[in-house]
Every structure is written in structure tokens, then in C-alpha cells.
Design a protein around this ligand. Structure first.
Ligand code: ZN
Length: 198
């Protein structure tokens, strides 16, 4: 497998609607395997074809690993999704705020409001139809990746313009918040983990 180069802003391809995939040939299979490799090396949880300079309706998503009682990662417990020509066919009225990052906007995190739950139709890597009912974290990553296929980035959907931070500033802010809370209540609080880059 080959590691591909991830493009970053202001790459113009990130702002274009990607073209539908019509050929499910060997070349596509190689591209998908290379994208999986690239996403894992970059420590991402999702990657859309425009992020590696390809105008194709194709994205991959990998869920977070499950953990055991002692919070250790359970090996091989991640789910990998390959979605081709995906579309969101339903979204919940329920929305949730979450912190997102993007491999194409390195070093930044932002707060984005998204439907809590969505239904997606797509094709698998061989063209077979797929249906997903998603919620929570997985639904968020699917929406982030499908946005990429329409030229939309998370910075377009911030809850407020000022809710975009460098990673450094975000962690500083969380630390400060935590210390403030500790002064008020004698309770242990943890820095909330942001969503990983996708
Ligand atoms: Zn992204």
C-alpha cells in the first residue's frame, strides 16, 4: 500500500463538489486501500477522496476502538466503513455540539453543531448498495466526510466565528476551565477529549 499526500487549505479541490464514482475497478480498490493506509498513518478517523486530491464521491471512516474495564484499547475492535456515492437521506431534529478537527486544516479545532442522528445511503467498494442508521460520534464523522464530498469544511459550520482554536489554545482553555471548576467544587474533572482529525 502507498501512503498518499493529504492536501490542506487553501487547496481548491477541497472546495469543489466531487464527481460520482461509476467504475468499481481494480484501480478504485487500490485507491481505497491506499486511503485507509494514509488515514491510519495520519492518525485520523476519516478521510475523503478530495483530501488526497481526487475528485470522487468516496470516503472512509474508522470508528474509535472499544475499551475494556480498565480503559485499555481492545485490539481489532474498530469498525471500518468505505462509502461510495453517499447521501444523507434523513437527519434528526436533535442537534449536538462537538469539537472537530480536519487533516486538511492541521493544528485547528472548532465547535460544530450537527444532527445527532442521520440515515445514509451509499455503495460499498464494489458498488453494492448500503444503508446506515447512525448516531452520536459515528454520525458526526460520516457528516464531516460527506461534507468534504460537497466542498464543505467544518470551519463553514462553526457554532460561532470565535469557536475556532489552535489545538494549543483549545487545550489551554480546557485546562483553565478545569482549574476554575476545581476551585469551586472539590471534584475530579478530566479534560474532555476532542474528536480526532478526519
Ligand atoms: Zn476533514
Amino acid at each position: 500500500m502507498t501512503e498518499l499526500q493529504i492536501v490542506t487549505l487553501p487547496d481548491e479541490g477541497l472546495r469543489k463538489k466531487a464527481r460520482p464514482v461509476t467504475k468499481f475497478d481494480a484501480e478504485l480498490q487500490t485507491l481505497i486501500d491506499d486511503m485507509i493506509e494514509t488515514m491510519r498513518v495520519a492518525n485520523g478517523v476519516g478521510l475523503a477522496a478530495p483530501q488526497i486530491g481526487q475528485s470522487r464521491q468516496l470516503a472512509i471512516i474508522e470508528s474509535l476502538p472499544k475499551t475494556d474495564d480498565e480503559e485499555n484499547e481492545i485490539e481489532d475492535s474498530r469498525d471500518l466503513f468505505v462509502i461510495v456515492n453517499p447521501r444523507i437521506v434523513w437527519e434528526s431534529n436533535d442537534v449536538v455540539d462537538g469539537i472537530e478537527g480536519c487533516l486538511s486544516i492541521p493544528g485547528y479545532l472548532g465547535e460544530v453543531e450537527r444532527p445527532y442522528s442521520v440515515r445514509v445511503r451509499a455503495q460499498d467498494r464494489h458498488g453494492k448498495p448500503l444503508k446506515f442508521r447512525l448516531k452520536g460520534w459515528t454520525a458526526r464523522i460520516f457528516q464531516h466526510e460527506i461534507d468534504h464530498l460537497n466542498g464543505v469544511l467544518f470551519i463553514d459550520k462553526l457554532t460561532a466565528r470565535e469557536n475556532l482554536w489552535t489545538e494549543e489554545a483549545y487545550y489551554e482553555m480546557q485546562k483553565a476551565k478545569m482549574e476554575e471548576e476545581e476551585e469551586g467544587v472539590e471534584e475530579e474533572t478530566a479534560v474532555p477529549e476532542p474528536e480526532k482529525n478526519s
